[in-house]
Design a protein around this ligand. Structure first.
Ligand SMILES: Nc1nc2c(ncn2[C@@H]2O[C@H](COP(=O)(O)OP(=O)(O)OP(=O)(O)O)[C@@H](O)[C@H]2O)c(=O)[nH]1
Ligand SMILES: [Mg+2]
Length: 205
């Protein structure tokens, strides 16, 4: 079956709440620590090499970047993927961090269009404090969340399996069954079908 997410096109980058697109569609946000691999995951899921900007320098994505995945035949409901600024990057100046915190709090607290949250975590360093906070935000609002344990290509199959089991166990003890998890790699494309399936369901494709 064709991948509807492959149609993704850059729409806009929002630095302030006023710049957000109208809150009347369906959207899925990608969150994660700086350098975790969010932009790479978006690109792999959308089968595009240069949709979201990938960088070796952490803190690259400094806005809420919206990608339009509305099917051409659907003129009633806009659908978006949103690349959120990475968190936990100490070198971002404090006032900028405060700005993002407030912007993100507002976005998560009130965005009606938000249907699900993808939390991207390096499989070698999962479930850091901010990851738990993001998952808590989503679950607290009644939104489903899905964790991608990315950069799986850096580990053997056995080590991947162990990491997956450990994270799954921890997530289910804290959040019950509202948070799912899988292994993933933006590099090898491992797990892209599973991720597309979940995101596609949230976006009512
Ligand atoms: N080996 C490997 N490297 C990856 C993978 N995903 C991302 N990377 C690398 O990790 C670095 C960061 O990737 P990005 O996708 O830019 O990460 P990000 O989370 O969007 O980072 P910020 O926007 O700065 O928060 C880059 O050097 C990528 O090439 C992966 O699955 N495997
Ligand atoms: Mg990025």
């Amino acid at each position: 079956m064709a991948n509807p997410l492959a149609q993704a096109r850059y729409l806009l980058a929002a630095h302030t709440p006023r710049q957000l697109p109208p809150d009347d569609g369906l959207e899925v946000a990608f969150a994660g620590r700086s350098n975790a691999g969010k932009s790479s995951a978006l690109n792999a899921i959308c089968q595009q090499n240069a949709l979201a900007r990938v960088s070796k320098t952490p803190g690259r994505t400094q806005q809420l970047v919206f990608f339009d995945v509305t099917p051409a035949k659907d003129t009633t409901t806009a659908r978006y993927l949103v690349d959120l600024p990475g968190y936990g990057y100490a070198k971002v100046p404090q006032d900028l961090q405060a700005h993002w915190q407030a912007f993100l709090d507002g976005y998560f607290g009130s965005r009606m269009a938000l249907r699900g949250l993808v939390v991207v975590m390096d499989i070698r360093h999962p479930l850091k404090e901010y990851d738990r906070q993001m998952l808590g935000y989503a679950v607290g609002r009644g939104l489903p969340a899905h964790a991608l344990l990315t950069k799986a290509d850096k580990l053997s199959r056995g080590a991947q399996g162990n990491a997956l089991l450990a994270v799954r166990k921890e997530l289910s003890s804290v959040f019950g069954d509202t948070v799912s998890v899988q292994t993933f790699s933006g590099e090898s494309k491992q797990g892209v079908d599973e991720a597309r399936e979940i995101i596609g369901r949230w976006l009512a494709f």
